[in-house]
Design a protein around this ligand. Structure first.
Ligand SMILES: [Zn+2]
Length: 330
């Protein structure tokens, strides 16, 4: 029996080096369900330069980040190292995230989701910096990310007048709610619980896309900063990823709503529910029902409005349903 295992071991040892690099690279990931490649062709050159730059510490790094991103579009940044990473911090538009570090095949990986908000992002160059500390030594990487304009379509809506301009007596209420919402959207916790692709919160068709330039009764208003899903009254709404419920509210605009923190600056938001079925502090799993669909708040019919906040910026959630980590870094 021992001989048999020895034989199998030797066979594996002989075959392993013959497996093409691209195959092992495909299998290189962060955790179950993540499907990411190690060396991305378009980054290979930059990676070489950076590995050289960092050679004084005897470490090799690969930083994958896009050179161009559309206004409002989410993107990933991934740093991989052959040496254990003490910590990594990623700086983007005045915000910082310290991503969880995963270990896979003796590689150390930090992954962060970032983005800009269609409400206030401007086209132009933005600096992304990544600081990786190894053995107490800091290595700083800088990248220029070109934020490019996106031609989001116009949408005209006709609403009852009191839904467009809130009556004076609710302005204090709206201001108080805004504070809670800003706090929830800017939640950054150390453990990453999300993975890609995200689960769709409901199966219904998307009826309004992110970024639509909205005109209510002919007047320009804030763009649409989420997705509207067709969802009948009472339909269960599901968590897009694992996380912790950080806010359950009954707000003027959003109606009955649930906010879930997925870690490392990623928060998902579910609006216009008839009834939330979780409470603040609850741990939820991806796919778990967190409420029932409705039309509370500023809504003219039952639907789900779903938003994703990344370090306080509301980004387009749609690419997050379609892509693996690998696809998004391509
Ligand atoms: Zn909406």
């Amino acid at each position: 029996m021992k001989r048999f295992f020895l034989f199998v071991f030797l066979l594996i040892a002989l075959i392993l080096p013959l497996v093409p690099v691209s195959v092992t690279a495909q299998g290189y990931g962060l955790q179950d369900g993540d499907d990411i490649g190690f060396v991305l062709p378009k980054d290979a050159q930059a990676a070489e330069a950076q590995a050289e730059a960092a050679s004084s510490t005897g470490s090799a790094f690969i930083l994958a980040a896009p050179g161009r991103v559309g206004v409002g579009q989410p993107f990933l940044v991934r740093l991989t190292s052959d040496q254990p990473l003490d910590s990594v911090s990623i700086h983007w538009q005045g915000k910082e995230v310290v991503p969880s570090i995963s270990v896979w095949n003796n590689r150390h990986v930090a992954l962060a989701l970032l983005g800009t908000d269609v409400l206030n992002a401007k086209a132009g160059k933005e600096e992304l910096s990544v600081i990786a500390s190894i053995d107490g030594k800091e290595n700083t990487f800088r990248r220029t990310v070109q934020v490019v304009g996106v031609d989001y379509p116009r949408q005209d809506l006709t609403l009852p007048k009191n839904m467009v301009t809130p009556p004076a007596e609710v302005l204090d209420r709206i201001a108080d709610e805004r504070k809670l919402i800003i706090k929830a959207k800017n939640t950054v916790t150390p453990r990453r619980n999300w993975r890609l692709p995200f689960d769709r919160p409901v199966q219904g068709k998307i009826t309004s896309l992110y970024g639509l330039r909205r005109f209510l009764n002919g007047k320009a208003r804030n763009p649409h900063r989420g997705l509207d899903f067709r969802s009948p009254m009472g339909n269960p709404i599901k968590a897009t990823a694992d996380g912790v419920v950080i806010l359950v509210g009954d707000h003027y605009y959003a109606g009955r709503s649930v906010y879930i923190d997925h870690g490392n600056g990623v928060v998902s938001m579910y609006f216009h529910m008839s009834k939330p079925i979780v409470k603040e502090g609850d741990k939820v799993q991806r796919g778990q029902a967190v409420g029932l669909s409705g039309m509370t708040g500023r809504a003219t019919g039952p639907h789900l409005h779903f938003s994703v906040s990344v370090l306080g910026k509301l980004v387009d959630p749609e690419p997050l349903f379609k892509n693996t980590v690998d696809n998004m870094l391509k």
